[in-house]
Design a protein around this ligand. Structure first.
Ligand code: NAP
Length: 333
């Protein structure tokens, strides 16, 4: 008996911001469940800024199911390695179901006191990016100040909370609305925050960090990098994690003061989380006690319904999320 599933395909390349018409929901037949495979129903899907870059020529193929990080539940199993009900992490997101082999997935341990969605936020690639950016790239030292851009997002709220646990001094964040600024200082543990729409980043940052900043965790690039270069103290460090300001547009002219890297003896280092997967266990050991105690919490915006996955992705790029943007496509059961 053939069975169908729903998947999202990219059907055209965007020029500028991505739009709903660049995608299509497609119903298709599932491949047969053969020996050694499982049928997984997706429960949580991750939508991420890098996916906007993946929509450009040379990345995602058109008219084929898209990839991304997902948590699913095994609903049929033809392998002794996995049982019905097991939760698994895999990369066949943007669809309701997937037929997978054990090599294509990672079983998720049940961690008491930790919600399952945390495996896509603080304990997933999002949290890992924040953790390695702070510990391996910035090498943040106790007492040092840190400025975090896109601070109210998934990586940003993780970085702010982890910086506190690592003993940071002043923690400053930037975000795109007054509500996000309030969230950062009232609920995410930031000492100060500003809305980057309120003026030049350098001015707003200097007001929030009058003594300058020792380190910068950059998720935005462009005007944020330029502003931070101006305010960083001599021998400051920058971990360049992302450049969300330019994923939908031509690269901005800023930073126009890149030569400050020399003048101030700064260190600017980019990184990709996929080169630091060996830090996953270290992150888990570091974080789980704090998740259990409630000292750290996963800030998430969870959109319900597979039919809303494209909307969730587009609205995340537009800043609608606080914390990690996830889509819940089925009950946990
Ligand atoms: P996120 O911050 O949860 O969501 C994206 C946010 O970007 C939006 O909420 C929006 O917030 C902000 N934004 C959009 N356009 C902007 C603009 N022009 N200027 C300033 N802010 C803008 O996403 P995330 O998953 O946590 O990712 C954050 C960054 O980390 C991204 O750059 C991503 O590519 C990067 N990243 C890198 C790695 C790596 O391996 N290096 C891994 C994961 C993520 P506002 O309302 O504040 O504008």
């Amino acid at each position: 008996m053939s069975r169908t599933y729903q998947a999202v395909h990219q059907v055209s390349r965007p020029i500028g911001p991505a739009r709903a018409e660049n995608f299509a929901f497609v119903e298709d037949e599932l491949p047969p469940l053969t020996a050694g495979t499982v049928l997984v129903e997706n429960v949580y899907l991750s939508v991420d800024p890098y996916m906007r870059e993946a929509m450009d020529e040379g990345h995602w193929e058109l008219n084929t199911p898209l990839e991304g990080r997902a948590i699913g539940r095994v609903i049929e199993s033809r392998t002794p390695e996995l049982a019905v009900g097991d939760l698994v992490f895999h990369r066949r997101a943007w669809r309701t179901h997937a037929v997978l082999t054990p090599a294509q997935l990672r079983p998720l341990p049940a961690i008491e006191g930790v919600p399952v969605s945390t495996h896509l936020s603080l304990l997933g690639g999002t949290g890992l990016s924040a953790y390695v950016g702070l510990t391996r790239v910035l090498r943040l030292q106790p007492g040092e100040s840190v400025f975090i851009s896109a601070a109210a997002g998934g990586v940003g709220t993780a970085a702010g909370q982890f910086a506190r646990l690592l003993g940071a001094g002043r923690i400053v964040g930037s975000a795109g609305s007054a509500a996000k600024v309030a969230h950062l200082t009232e609920r995410a543990g930031f000492d100060a925050a500003f809305d980057y729409h309120d003026g030049p980043v350098a001015e707003l940052l200097r007001a929030a960090a009058p003594e300058g900043i020792d380190t910068f965790f950059d998720n935005v690039g462009g005007d944020h990098l330029e502003g931070a270069l101006e305010v960083l103290r001599d021998h400051g460090r920058i971990a360049w994690c992302g450049a969300v300001a330019q994923y939908s547009t031509e690269p901005p002219a800023a930073p126009r003061n890149l030569y400050d890297v020399v003048g101030k003896s700064l260190r600017l280092e980019g990184f990709l989380v996929r080169e630091h997967l060996d830090a996953q266990q270290e992150l888990t050991d570091f974080l789980v006690p704090h998740l259990r105690s409630g000292r750290v919490r996963a800030h998430e915006t969870v959109v319900a319904g597979f039919e809303n996955v494209v909307t969730a992705f587009l609205s995340m790029l537009g800043g609608a999320n606080i914390g990690k943007m996830l889509v819940q496509t089925a009950d946990l059961g």
